[in-house]
Design a protein around this ligand. Structure first.
Ligand SMILES: [Fe+2]
Length: 304
């Protein structure tokens, strides 16, 4: 079988390659292209993850899985997901062909749209993949978007990105502007990473629960992040988070715990205040790298 032309497997999807070659960021979900192997991968991922969600995920995520009527037996159609999702929070999952420049990504959030990958990982490598796939995006992220408070955090994040672009536009010297934008994007990416992707939340009776989607879509790490004595878990501190580099290719040694989604929302507010006052113009260097498209996306957009 020619794996280049059939299936929507990460790294092997002719439909995606074609869209990327034509510069199409936003696409449809060509459901008919999923192979039986792709469907089987979804079933295996879902089946082994479910008991771990029940044990480690925060309750809003578990409610979200129920409210979306996620199908354990087949890859979801985004239009079906959106029928359940939109009435709850106004959010919708929007199919993308891959990487979206940073500003555009945040601006989608501001408009209650979540850029969603439609390919699925290879059945041979269920455990680790560096890029998102539909299991990470739809099973890891989208259930959280059913919660009003959490979805408001994402929108607030999008607004902060807009404030960042406006802040950058107000810096006269081009060198200073570039350096500030790079620093602000780094700070925002770190904040996003340690919350939306890898966040922990204080639960009932002193327990700690998972709400970050990188953890919610990882069979190994969802257990490791809660059970392992090797993981450092600290109360969320903005000044630390924006200066803390991270690496994506191994389990995280350091995670931050928020008290609630209200708490998280207030921290995004604070992030924007710091940004506007220039406090994020020179954060600690290091990962993540900010690429040229990310920089350009922030510099070209100054208002609606
Ligand atoms: Fe993600």
């Amino acid at each position: 079988m020619d794996t280049k032309s059939t299936g929507l497997t990460t790294q092997h999807a002719a439909f995606i390659e074609d869209a990327q070659a034509h510069g199409e960021l936003f696409i449809r979900q060509p459901y008919e292209l999923y192979s039986e192997e792709n469907q089987e991968t979804w079933r295996r991922l879902y089946e082994r993850m479910k008991p771990r969600w029940e044990k480690y995920a925060n309750e809003k995520f578990l409610e979200g899985v129920l409210n979306l009527a996620l199908d354990p037996d087949g890859i979801p159609r985004l239009e079906d997901i959106n029928k359940f999702l939109s009435p709850l929070s106004g959010f919708k999952a929007k199919a993308v062909s891959g990487y979206i420049p940073a500003y555009l990504f945040f601006d989608c959030l501001r408009n209650r749209e979540f850029p969603t990958t439609i390919t699925i990982r290879d059945g041979e490598s269920l455990d680790y993949l560096p890029e998102p796939d539909i299991f990470h995006d739809v099973a890891g992220h989208v259930p959280m978007h059913t919660d009003r408070q959490f979805s408001d955090v994402l929108v607030r994040f999008g607004e902060a990105a807009k404030a960042a672009a406006e802040h950058a536009a107000g810096i006269g010297d081009p060198q200073d502007r570039l350096r500030s934008v790079e620093s602000i994007i780094k700070a925002m990416a770190r904040f996003f990473w340690f919350t939306v992707e890898f966040g922990l939340m204080r639960g009932k009776n002193g327990s700690v629960k998972v709400y970050g989607s990188g953890l919610l879509s990882s069979f190994g790490e969802i257990e490791y992040c809660i059970e392992s004595p090797e993981v450092q878990r600290y109360p969320f501190q903005l000044e630390w988070v924006v200066n803390q580099y991270f690496e994506i290719d191994h389990y995280q040694p350091l995670l931050f715990v928020v008290d609630s989604f209200d708490h998280l929302f207030s921290q995004v507010d604070e992030l924007e205040k710091w940004m506007v006052s220039g406090k994020l113009n020179n954060v600690s260097p290091g990962e993540p790298a900010v690429n040229e498209n990310d920089l350009k996306s922030f510099l070209h957009i100054t208002s609606d």
